[in-house]
Design a protein around this ligand. Structure first.
Ligand code: 5GP
Ligand code: ZN
Length: 113
């Protein structure tokens, strides 16, 4: 099945990449919902959070640590930011390759829409 984020990992699709190593990639969201809106993804294709296996636990921890590092680099860590991982249709997941949204630079609302 075609995956737009795997295309970004393989450089078949361009993106504004902020960080990359062997296991994760962080890039600017194409349709930002806040002044800071970065996506952090594992290079491994994992469709949703329901598909995370025990062997992926270190990778998922590293994903969260990377998101925090991005927040610091973007200068929003102290003010606050939101990490979002949508799962399946009613949550609004549109790309079925696991990703963490790093959102910040404005006040966030609760409950979320
Ligand atoms: P979801 O709704 O699945 O949680 O989030 C998918 C996110 O990926 C959306 O915020 C959307 O704007 C972003 N997105 C979708 N396609 C692309 C793309 O080709 N490039 C980038 N940079 N972001 C994308
Ligand atoms: Zn993928």
């Amino acid at each position: 099945m075609h995956c737009v984020f795997c295309d970004i990992v393989r450089k078949k699709r361009s993106a504004q990449i902020l960080f990359e190593d062997n296991s994760v990639l962080a890039f600017e969201d194409i349709n930002p919902q806040a002044p800071v809106h970065v996506l952090v993804i594992p290079k491994k294709h994992i469709p949703t959070s329901l598909d995370i296996k025990e062997e992926d636990f270190p990778l998922i921890s590293y994903l969260i640590e990377t998101a925090g590092r991005i927040a610091r680099e973007k200068g929003i860590a102290e003010r606050g930011f939101r990490l979002v991982m949508n799962c399946n249709r009613e949550a609004g997941q549109t790309v079925f390759h696991l990703h963490l949204h790093v959102l910040g630079g404005r006040s966030m609302h609760w409950p979320p829409g």
